[in-house]
Write a protein that binds this ligand. Sequence first.
Ligand code: PGA
Length: 248
Amino acid sequence: MAPKLIAGNWKMNGTRASLAEARAIAAASPAGGGGVARLICPPFTLIAAMAEVVQGAALGVGGQNCHARSSGAHTGDVSAEMLADAGASHVILGHSERRADHGETDANVAAKAEAALRAGLVPIICVGETLAQREAGAALSIVCGQIAASLPNACEGRAFVVANEHDWAIGTGRTHTPAQNGDENRAIRAALLERFGKQAEAAPILYGGSMKPTNAREILAVPNVDGGLVGGASLTAADFLAICDAAG
Ligand code: PGA
């Protein structure tokens, strides 16, 4: 069985003092990962330092966003090539907070994912419905529409990850029921298989939204839930490692 992927998203949290958490996670991660692939995505400012701290350990480092172009006059932006140069292996793209705060569209996300692949990064492409969309019974069609429009054709034959995160569950303590996760992720898998063929069997589909040590085991036991995109609970080594234990 493929290892579950537990990806921590530190969002806009962390200073150099927080590298102690990454050091503790790295020290407690068994060689080879022990059946769990582990990743922390800190803010840009910590990527290079964190990559150094975790060097040689079974813990990867990723970015939380990138620009679609490799360089140029784009003040304040960071390219996928720069992330790779700093030591990142993955990049989160199209998180609901970026779609909401920065107006990122599916087309923007697809262009960024293409850039990530060009730079040799694994894109973690986020999809997910709002509470209003869920209550209107539109969750599945929204998510499948995002899958169609946010994943570039360049994903074909390449490693990529989909994170199915529910903005009403992010940071709220509310989670999907396991049955809801199973239904949605099965539909995502079917959409991926239809578009990319058999290769898509290997694409991890993560759950995102208030995953904690207390609920991770139940969430991760559902077929087609191949890991978690973890926000708040990834900020301390103790909680992140407890979730990794639940995934192992
Ligand atoms: P949370 O964030 O775990 O803090 O709810 C998850 C996410 O942003 O996907």
